[in-house]
Design a protein around this ligand. Sequence first.
Ligand code: DX5
Ligand code: ZN
Length: 225
Amino acid sequence: MIMKKQSIYIAPSILSADLLQLKKQVEMLSENGADYIHVDVMDGHFVPNLTFGPNMVKALKRITSLPLDVHLMISNPDLYINDYIRAGADILTVHQEACTHLHRTIQSIHNHGVRAGVSLNPATSLSTVENVLDDMDLLLIMTVNPGFGGQKFIPQGLKKIAEARKMLDATGRDILLEVDGGVDNSTVESIVQHGADVLVSGSAIFGKQDIVAAMKTLKEKAEKA
Ligand code: DX5
Ligand code: ZN
């Protein structure tokens, strides 16, 4: 169990939003305590689903002042980094599994003055990022196989979160530990207790009638954990 009390940030994932109500929903969450807006970008190749292009990021930038946390679940992310940064991404996260030269990719995100995140699929070991810990700003641990919202949290993820926390703390740098997939009222407390500080949540917020109340409940539980 982790003794240090870290700040907890909530990043609602618009993957589960009602796209016909997107503006209203993002504004409501932005005005009521969300910390980031999480944008899941899928290419139908790295993951078996298709979602948002840079135009979505550009549109969101016009309606919220929250940092846009863009999660690229795409092959060859180097080809699209410029486009997503130009559109307004504040944090750009790539998958370790999609990067042949991860260090170079992180550098190229930094060259644009944007924070760089690295994500790991459930089956990928933390050791694959140990040589870039001094470079990244955020580590995103996937606790479902990426591609869809509303999946069940994979419990083995907890051990990985705890190990990641130790690895990040040992660097002495301020690297965010973000957890994505199956974060809901039943899993949030132990996710935080194991060391997460940014919680992505899609269906547990947008699947409820009152999305603001759902987000607040999640954040309260996280802060009390
Ligand atoms: C999954 C995405 C997640 C997704 C989480 O591939 O990366 O961000 O929106 O959805 P929930 O919170 O419903 O598991
Ligand atoms: Zn995501």
